[in-house]
Design a protein around this ligand. Sequence first.
Ligand code: PLP
Length: 404
Amino acid sequence: MKTSLDHLAIFGGAPEFTELLHVGRPNIGNREKLFDRFNDILDRRWLTNHGPYVSEFEQRIADLIGVKHCIAMCNATIGLEIAFRAAGLKGEVIVPSMTFVATAHALQWQEITPVFCDIDPDTCTIDPNRVEELITPRTTGIVGVHLWSRPCDIDALEEIAERRNLKLLFDAAHAFGCSFHGKMIGNFGDAEVLSFHATKFLNSGEGGAVVTNDDELANKVRLMKNFGFEDIDKVVYIGTNGKMNELSAAMGLTSLESLEEIIAVNYRNYKCYESEIKRIPGVELKLFNESEKCNYQYIILDLDETIAGVSRDQMMDILWAENVLTRRYFYPGCHLMEPYRSYFPHAGLLLPVTNDLSQRILAMPTGTAISPGDIGKIAQIMHFVIAHSAEVREGFKSIQRTAG
Ligand SMILES: *Cc1c(COP(=O)(O)O)cnc(C)c1O
Protein backbone atom coordinates (compact mmCIF):
# COMPACT_ATOMS: atom_id res chain seq x y z
CA MET A 1 0.00 0.00 0.00
CA LYS A 2 1.15 3.52 -0.71
CA THR A 3 2.37 5.53 2.24
CA SER A 4 0.99 8.96 1.50
CA LEU A 5 -2.47 10.30 0.97
CA ASP A 6 -1.43 11.98 -2.28
CA HIS A 7 -2.97 9.27 -4.42
CA LEU A 8 -6.40 9.82 -2.91
CA ALA A 9 -8.61 11.87 -5.19
CA ILE A 10 -9.56 14.29 -2.43
CA PHE A 11 -5.88 15.32 -2.28
CA GLY A 12 -5.61 15.76 -6.01
CA GLY A 13 -4.91 12.18 -7.16
CA ALA A 14 -7.04 10.07 -9.49
CA PRO A 15 -10.06 8.20 -8.11
CA GLU A 16 -9.32 4.60 -7.11
CA PHE A 17 -12.27 3.38 -9.19
CA THR A 18 -12.74 4.52 -12.76
CA GLU A 19 -16.37 3.39 -12.75
CA LEU A 20 -18.85 4.59 -10.16
CA LEU A 21 -19.77 2.02 -7.49
CA HIS A 22 -23.38 2.69 -6.52
CA VAL A 23 -25.45 1.51 -3.60
CA GLY A 24 -28.57 -0.12 -4.99
CA ARG A 25 -27.34 -0.66 -8.55
CA PRO A 26 -30.09 -2.79 -10.11
CA ASN A 27 -29.60 -6.52 -10.47
CA ILE A 28 -30.59 -7.46 -14.00
CA GLY A 29 -32.00 -10.89 -14.78
CA ASN A 30 -31.79 -12.85 -18.02
CA ARG A 31 -32.25 -10.38 -20.90
CA GLU A 32 -33.37 -12.97 -23.48
CA LYS A 33 -36.17 -14.13 -21.21
CA LEU A 34 -37.16 -10.55 -20.49
CA PHE A 35 -37.30 -9.68 -24.20
CA ASP A 36 -39.29 -12.87 -24.93
CA ARG A 37 -41.82 -11.74 -22.35
CA PHE A 38 -41.89 -8.18 -23.74
CA ASN A 39 -42.52 -9.54 -27.25
CA ASP A 40 -45.30 -11.72 -25.94
CA ILE A 41 -46.91 -8.72 -24.21
CA LEU A 42 -46.69 -6.63 -27.38
CA ASP A 43 -48.08 -9.47 -29.53
CA ARG A 44 -50.98 -9.86 -27.16
CA ARG A 45 -51.47 -6.06 -26.84
CA TRP A 46 -52.40 -6.54 -23.22
CA LEU A 47 -50.26 -3.96 -21.45
CA THR A 48 -52.04 -3.57 -18.12
CA ASN A 49 -55.31 -4.24 -16.20
CA HIS A 50 -54.99 -7.71 -14.63
CA GLY A 51 -52.98 -9.24 -17.43
CA PRO A 52 -51.51 -12.74 -17.32
CA TYR A 53 -48.01 -11.59 -16.27
CA VAL A 54 -49.28 -9.63 -13.27
CA SER A 55 -51.40 -12.63 -12.23
CA GLU A 56 -48.43 -14.97 -12.56
CA PHE A 57 -46.19 -12.57 -10.67
CA GLU A 58 -48.71 -12.26 -7.81
CA GLN A 59 -49.03 -16.05 -7.61
CA ARG A 60 -45.25 -16.59 -7.56
CA ILE A 61 -44.73 -14.01 -4.82
CA ALA A 62 -47.59 -15.44 -2.73
CA ASP A 63 -46.18 -18.97 -3.14
CA LEU A 64 -42.68 -17.89 -2.21
CA ILE A 65 -43.87 -16.16 0.95
CA GLY A 66 -46.55 -18.71 1.74
CA VAL A 67 -49.14 -15.94 2.11
CA LYS A 68 -52.78 -16.08 1.03
CA HIS A 69 -52.99 -12.82 -0.93
CA CYS A 70 -50.50 -10.85 -2.98
CA ILE A 71 -51.78 -7.73 -4.72
CA ALA A 72 -49.20 -6.24 -7.08
CA MET A 73 -48.84 -2.46 -7.10
CA CYS A 74 -47.27 0.23 -9.29
CA ASN A 75 -44.88 0.96 -6.39
CA ALA A 76 -44.60 0.44 -2.63
CA THR A 77 -45.49 4.02 -1.72
CA ILE A 78 -48.97 3.69 -3.28
CA GLY A 79 -49.06 0.19 -1.76
CA LEU A 80 -48.48 1.68 1.70
CA GLU A 81 -51.13 4.36 1.15
CA ILE A 82 -53.68 1.80 0.04
CA ALA A 83 -52.82 -0.70 2.78
CA PHE A 84 -53.07 2.01 5.46
CA ARG A 85 -56.43 3.17 4.12
CA ALA A 86 -57.82 -0.34 3.70
CA ALA A 87 -56.78 -1.21 7.26
CA GLY A 88 -58.72 1.83 8.50
CA LEU A 89 -55.76 3.79 9.89
CA LYS A 90 -56.61 7.35 10.87
CA GLY A 91 -55.75 9.82 13.63
CA GLU A 92 -52.23 8.94 14.78
CA VAL A 93 -49.99 6.06 13.77
CA ILE A 94 -46.72 5.12 15.46
CA VAL A 95 -43.85 4.70 13.04
CA PRO A 96 -40.04 4.82 13.21
CA SER A 97 -38.26 7.93 11.96
CA MET A 98 -35.32 5.76 10.83
CA THR A 99 -36.87 4.82 7.49
CA PHE A 100 -37.24 6.03 3.94
CA VAL A 101 -39.47 9.09 3.98
CA ALA A 102 -42.18 7.27 1.97
CA THR A 103 -43.30 5.42 5.11
CA ALA A 104 -44.19 8.72 6.82
CA HIS A 105 -45.47 10.37 3.62
CA ALA A 106 -47.91 7.52 2.96
CA LEU A 107 -49.54 8.41 6.29
CA GLN A 108 -49.34 12.19 6.08
CA TRP A 109 -50.59 12.14 2.46
CA GLN A 110 -53.94 11.00 3.82
CA GLU A 111 -53.75 13.29 6.85
CA ILE A 112 -52.85 10.57 9.31
CA THR A 113 -50.31 11.90 11.81
CA PRO A 114 -47.05 9.93 11.92
CA VAL A 115 -45.89 9.74 15.54
CA PHE A 116 -42.18 9.06 15.36
CA CYS A 117 -40.86 6.34 17.62
CA ASP A 118 -37.25 5.64 18.51
CA ILE A 119 -35.45 2.45 17.49
CA ASP A 120 -33.78 -0.31 19.45
CA PRO A 121 -29.97 0.13 19.26
CA ASP A 122 -29.48 -3.60 18.58
CA THR A 123 -32.13 -4.32 15.95
CA CYS A 124 -32.22 -0.71 14.63
CA THR A 125 -35.96 -1.23 14.11
CA ILE A 126 -38.87 0.34 16.02
CA ASP A 127 -38.37 -0.15 19.77
CA PRO A 128 -41.43 -1.89 21.27
CA ASN A 129 -40.48 -0.48 24.69
CA ARG A 130 -40.93 3.04 23.34
CA VAL A 131 -44.14 2.32 21.41
CA GLU A 132 -46.46 2.06 24.35
CA GLU A 133 -45.70 5.49 25.80
CA LEU A 134 -46.68 7.09 22.45
CA ILE A 135 -50.17 5.58 22.36
CA THR A 136 -52.96 8.15 22.82
CA PRO A 137 -56.75 7.90 22.39
CA ARG A 138 -56.22 8.96 18.73
CA THR A 139 -53.77 6.14 17.96
CA THR A 140 -55.12 3.57 15.49
CA GLY A 141 -52.04 1.62 14.50
CA ILE A 142 -48.36 0.79 14.50
CA VAL A 143 -46.27 0.59 11.34
CA GLY A 144 -42.98 -1.27 11.76
CA VAL A 145 -40.21 -1.10 9.16
CA HIS A 146 -38.01 -4.16 8.60
CA LEU A 147 -34.83 -2.16 8.13
CA TRP A 148 -31.86 -3.34 6.01
CA SER A 149 -33.21 -6.92 5.57
CA ARG A 150 -33.74 -7.25 9.33
CA PRO A 151 -37.19 -7.98 10.73
CA CYS A 152 -38.65 -5.86 13.52
CA ASP A 153 -39.23 -7.36 16.97
CA ILE A 154 -42.50 -8.72 15.58
CA ASP A 155 -43.48 -10.75 18.67
CA ALA A 156 -43.39 -7.73 20.98
CA LEU A 157 -45.21 -5.51 18.46
CA GLU A 158 -47.94 -8.12 17.94
CA GLU A 159 -48.42 -8.36 21.69
CA ILE A 160 -48.83 -4.57 22.07
CA ALA A 161 -51.11 -4.26 19.02
CA GLU A 162 -53.36 -7.02 20.29
CA ARG A 163 -53.54 -5.77 23.87
CA ARG A 164 -54.15 -2.13 22.87
CA ASN A 165 -56.47 -3.02 19.99
CA LEU A 166 -54.31 -1.38 17.31
CA LYS A 167 -53.72 -2.30 13.69
CA LEU A 168 -50.21 -3.53 12.92
CA LEU A 169 -48.68 -3.16 9.47
CA PHE A 170 -45.16 -3.48 8.17
CA ASP A 171 -43.18 -1.62 5.56
CA ALA A 172 -41.31 -4.64 4.22
CA ALA A 173 -39.62 -2.79 1.33
CA HIS A 174 -36.21 -4.09 2.49
CA ALA A 175 -37.22 -7.56 3.57
CA PHE A 176 -38.62 -9.57 0.67
CA GLY A 177 -37.06 -13.03 0.92
CA CYS A 178 -36.28 -12.73 4.66
CA SER A 179 -37.75 -14.80 7.48
CA PHE A 180 -38.59 -14.27 11.16
CA HIS A 181 -38.53 -17.39 13.38
CA GLY A 182 -38.46 -19.36 10.13
CA LYS A 183 -41.66 -17.81 8.75
CA MET A 184 -41.36 -15.59 5.68
CA ILE A 185 -41.80 -11.83 6.02
CA GLY A 186 -45.13 -10.99 4.41
CA ASN A 187 -47.17 -13.10 6.82
CA PHE A 188 -47.14 -10.74 9.79
CA GLY A 189 -49.49 -8.10 11.15
CA ASP A 190 -52.62 -7.10 9.25
CA ALA A 191 -50.62 -6.59 6.05
CA GLU A 192 -47.08 -6.04 4.82
CA VAL A 193 -45.92 -3.97 1.87
CA LEU A 194 -43.08 -4.98 -0.45
CA SER A 195 -41.13 -2.80 -2.87
CA PHE A 196 -39.80 -3.94 -6.23
CA HIS A 197 -38.14 -0.63 -7.04
CA ALA A 198 -35.02 -0.83 -9.20
CA THR A 199 -32.74 -0.55 -6.15
CA LYS A 200 -34.41 -3.32 -4.18
CA PHE A 201 -33.53 -7.01 -3.88
CA LEU A 202 -36.18 -8.08 -6.39
CA ASN A 203 -36.91 -5.45 -8.99
CA SER A 204 -39.61 -4.84 -11.56
CA GLY A 205 -38.30 -1.39 -12.52
CA GLU A 206 -40.96 0.23 -10.38
CA GLY A 207 -43.34 -1.94 -8.41
CA GLY A 208 -44.57 -3.21 -5.11
CA ALA A 209 -47.14 -5.45 -3.48
CA VAL A 210 -49.47 -5.63 -0.53
CA VAL A 211 -49.40 -9.10 1.03
CA THR A 212 -51.84 -10.31 3.67
CA ASN A 213 -53.63 -13.35 5.04
CA ASP A 214 -56.77 -11.28 5.70
CA ASP A 215 -59.45 -11.95 3.02
CA GLU A 216 -61.47 -8.83 3.74
CA LEU A 217 -58.44 -6.53 3.74
CA ALA A 218 -57.18 -8.13 0.51
CA ASN A 219 -60.53 -7.50 -1.14
CA LYS A 220 -60.49 -3.82 -0.15
CA VAL A 221 -56.92 -3.43 -1.40
CA ARG A 222 -57.85 -5.04 -4.74
CA LEU A 223 -60.75 -2.64 -5.21
CA MET A 224 -58.79 0.41 -4.07
CA LYS A 225 -55.88 -0.19 -6.44
CA ASN A 226 -58.32 -0.21 -9.38
CA PHE A 227 -60.49 2.90 -8.74
CA GLY A 228 -62.96 0.84 -6.71
CA PHE A 229 -64.17 -1.10 -9.79
CA GLU A 230 -65.81 -4.40 -8.94
CA ASP A 231 -66.91 -5.03 -12.50
CA ILE A 232 -67.21 -3.14 -15.77
CA ASP A 233 -68.98 0.17 -15.07
CA LYS A 234 -69.50 -0.85 -11.44
CA VAL A 235 -67.64 1.18 -8.82
CA VAL A 236 -68.35 0.05 -5.26
CA TYR A 237 -65.57 1.71 -3.29
CA ILE A 238 -63.28 4.73 -3.21
CA GLY A 239 -60.10 3.97 -5.08
CA THR A 240 -57.03 5.19 -6.89
CA ASN A 241 -54.74 3.75 -9.55
CA GLY A 242 -52.19 1.44 -7.96
CA LYS A 243 -52.03 -1.19 -10.69
CA MET A 244 -48.80 -2.85 -11.74
CA ASN A 245 -48.44 -3.04 -15.54
CA GLU A 246 -47.51 -6.11 -17.60
CA LEU A 247 -44.03 -4.87 -18.53
CA SER A 248 -43.11 -4.44 -14.86
CA ALA A 249 -44.53 -7.86 -14.05
CA ALA A 250 -42.39 -9.35 -16.85
CA MET A 251 -39.33 -7.68 -15.33
CA GLY A 252 -40.34 -8.91 -11.87
CA LEU A 253 -40.83 -12.49 -13.10
CA THR A 254 -37.45 -12.39 -14.82
CA SER A 255 -35.77 -11.08 -11.66
CA LEU A 256 -37.48 -13.82 -9.65
CA GLU A 257 -35.75 -16.43 -11.80
CA SER A 258 -32.35 -14.98 -10.77
CA LEU A 259 -33.14 -14.67 -7.09
CA GLU A 260 -30.91 -17.50 -5.87
CA GLU A 261 -27.96 -16.13 -7.84
CA ILE A 262 -28.52 -12.64 -6.45
CA ILE A 263 -28.66 -13.97 -2.89
CA ALA A 264 -25.46 -15.95 -3.47
CA VAL A 265 -23.66 -12.83 -4.73
CA ASN A 266 -25.02 -10.67 -1.90
CA TYR A 267 -23.94 -13.30 0.62
CA ARG A 268 -20.47 -13.62 -0.90
CA ASN A 269 -20.10 -9.81 -0.74
CA TYR A 270 -21.39 -9.74 2.84
CA LYS A 271 -18.84 -12.34 3.99
CA CYS A 272 -16.13 -10.45 2.14
CA TYR A 273 -17.07 -7.17 3.84
CA GLU A 274 -17.21 -9.04 7.16
CA SER A 275 -13.62 -10.25 6.94
CA GLU A 276 -12.30 -6.94 5.59
CA ILE A 277 -14.14 -4.62 7.98
CA LYS A 278 -13.11 -6.66 11.03
CA ARG A 279 -9.61 -5.28 10.60
CA ILE A 280 -10.65 -1.63 10.53
CA PRO A 281 -10.68 0.09 13.95
CA GLY A 282 -13.80 2.10 14.75
CA VAL A 283 -15.88 0.53 11.98
CA GLU A 284 -18.35 -2.29 12.53
CA LEU A 285 -20.38 -4.23 10.04
CA LYS A 286 -24.00 -4.77 11.07
CA LEU A 287 -24.26 -8.55 11.10
CA PHE A 288 -27.13 -10.71 9.88
CA ASN A 289 -28.74 -13.58 11.74
CA GLU A 290 -27.63 -16.37 9.42
CA SER A 291 -30.05 -18.88 10.92
CA GLU A 292 -32.88 -16.99 9.19
CA LYS A 293 -33.55 -16.64 5.47
CA CYS A 294 -32.14 -13.35 4.28
CA ASN A 295 -31.66 -11.41 1.05
CA TYR A 296 -28.32 -9.91 2.28
CA GLN A 297 -29.17 -6.82 0.23
CA TYR A 298 -27.89 -4.16 2.65
CA ILE A 299 -24.31 -3.77 3.81
CA ILE A 300 -24.41 -1.32 6.70
CA LEU A 301 -21.36 0.01 8.51
CA ASP A 302 -21.45 1.73 11.88
CA LEU A 303 -18.58 4.19 12.23
CA ASP A 304 -17.56 5.31 15.72
CA GLU A 305 -15.80 8.65 15.28
CA THR A 306 -14.19 8.52 18.74
CA ILE A 307 -12.24 5.40 17.70
CA ALA A 308 -11.89 5.97 13.95
CA GLY A 309 -10.68 9.56 14.34
CA VAL A 310 -12.71 10.66 11.32
CA SER A 311 -16.42 11.30 11.11
CA ARG A 312 -18.82 9.21 9.06
CA ASP A 313 -19.32 12.19 6.75
CA GLN A 314 -15.56 12.67 6.25
CA MET A 315 -15.25 8.99 5.41
CA MET A 316 -18.17 9.27 3.03
CA ASP A 317 -16.70 12.33 1.28
CA ILE A 318 -13.40 10.53 0.73
CA LEU A 319 -15.09 7.39 -0.56
CA TRP A 320 -17.20 9.49 -2.92
CA ALA A 321 -14.05 11.17 -4.22
CA GLU A 322 -12.79 7.64 -4.97
CA ASN A 323 -16.06 6.93 -6.85
CA VAL A 324 -17.45 4.73 -4.10
CA LEU A 325 -20.91 6.23 -3.77
CA THR A 326 -21.87 5.12 -0.27
CA ARG A 327 -25.19 6.35 1.18
CA ARG A 328 -26.42 7.44 4.58
CA TYR A 329 -29.48 5.16 4.88
CA PHE A 330 -31.29 6.84 6.57
CA TYR A 331 -30.19 10.36 7.26
CA PRO A 332 -31.20 12.68 8.82
CA GLY A 333 -34.39 10.78 9.83
CA CYS A 334 -37.92 11.64 8.71
CA HIS A 335 -38.48 13.91 11.71
CA LEU A 336 -35.81 16.29 10.39
CA MET A 337 -37.32 16.45 6.90
CA GLU A 338 -40.19 18.66 5.84
CA PRO A 339 -43.04 18.84 6.52
CA TYR A 340 -42.36 16.85 9.72
CA ARG A 341 -39.58 19.12 10.90
CA SER A 342 -42.01 22.07 10.97
CA TYR A 343 -44.99 20.07 12.24
CA PHE A 344 -43.08 18.41 15.10
CA PRO A 345 -40.03 20.57 15.90
CA HIS A 346 -39.42 18.73 19.19
CA ALA A 347 -39.81 15.16 17.89
CA GLY A 348 -36.05 14.63 18.13
CA LEU A 349 -36.14 14.84 21.93
CA LEU A 350 -37.73 11.40 21.99
CA LEU A 351 -35.41 9.96 19.33
CA PRO A 352 -31.90 9.80 20.84
CA VAL A 353 -31.00 6.43 19.29
CA THR A 354 -32.29 7.47 15.86
CA ASN A 355 -30.35 10.74 16.02
CA ASP A 356 -27.16 9.01 17.09
CA LEU A 357 -27.34 6.17 14.59
CA SER A 358 -28.22 8.44 11.66
CA GLN A 359 -24.84 10.16 12.23
CA ARG A 360 -22.89 6.89 12.18
CA ILE A 361 -24.23 4.56 9.54
CA LEU A 362 -23.02 4.12 6.01
CA ALA A 363 -24.61 1.85 3.40
CA MET A 364 -22.01 0.26 1.14
CA PRO A 365 -22.23 -0.84 -2.50
CA THR A 366 -23.03 -4.51 -3.03
CA GLY A 367 -24.97 -6.69 -5.49
CA THR A 368 -23.96 -8.21 -8.81
CA ALA A 369 -22.07 -5.08 -9.93
CA ILE A 370 -19.55 -5.35 -7.04
CA SER A 371 -16.71 -7.90 -6.84
CA PRO A 372 -14.69 -9.12 -3.85
CA GLY A 373 -11.73 -7.28 -5.40
CA ASP A 374 -13.70 -4.03 -5.24
CA ILE A 375 -14.53 -4.68 -1.60
CA GLY A 376 -10.87 -5.28 -0.81
CA LYS A 377 -9.95 -1.94 -2.39
CA ILE A 378 -12.76 -0.11 -0.56
CA ALA A 379 -11.52 -1.57 2.72
CA GLN A 380 -7.95 -0.51 1.89
CA ILE A 381 -9.07 3.08 1.38
CA MET A 382 -10.99 3.05 4.65
CA HIS A 383 -8.12 1.48 6.51
CA PHE A 384 -5.73 4.04 5.11
CA VAL A 385 -8.00 6.97 5.96
CA ILE A 386 -8.32 5.82 9.57
CA ALA A 387 -4.60 5.09 9.93
CA HIS A 388 -3.99 8.68 8.77
CA SER A 389 -6.95 10.30 10.49
CA ALA A 390 -4.96 13.27 11.79
CA GLU A 391 -3.74 14.13 8.29
CA VAL A 392 -7.22 13.62 6.94
CA ARG A 393 -8.63 16.05 9.48
CA GLU A 394 -5.86 18.52 8.58
CA GLY A 395 -6.50 17.91 4.89
CA PHE A 396 -10.16 18.66 5.35
CA LYS A 397 -9.27 21.88 7.12
CA SER A 398 -6.96 22.99 4.33
CA ILE A 399 -9.46 21.98 1.68
CA GLN A 400 -12.12 23.95 3.50
CA ARG A 401 -9.70 26.92 3.80
CA THR A 402 -8.89 26.81 0.11
CA ALA A 403 -12.54 26.46 -0.74
CA GLY A 404 -13.43 29.36 1.55
C1 PLP B 1 -37.88 1.96 -1.23
C2 PLP B 1 -38.67 2.12 0.00
C3 PLP B 1 -40.01 2.53 -0.01
C4 PLP B 1 -40.69 3.01 -1.26
O1 PLP B 1 -40.76 2.06 -2.26
P1 PLP B 1 -41.17 2.48 -3.75
O2 PLP B 1 -41.48 1.17 -4.40
O3 PLP B 1 -39.98 3.17 -4.34
O4 PLP B 1 -42.36 3.38 -3.67
C5 PLP B 1 -40.71 2.56 1.17
N1 PLP B 1 -40.11 2.25 2.34
C6 PLP B 1 -38.83 1.87 2.41
C7 PLP B 1 -38.25 1.50 3.73
C8 PLP B 1 -38.06 1.82 1.24
O5 PLP B 1 -36.76 1.50 1.31
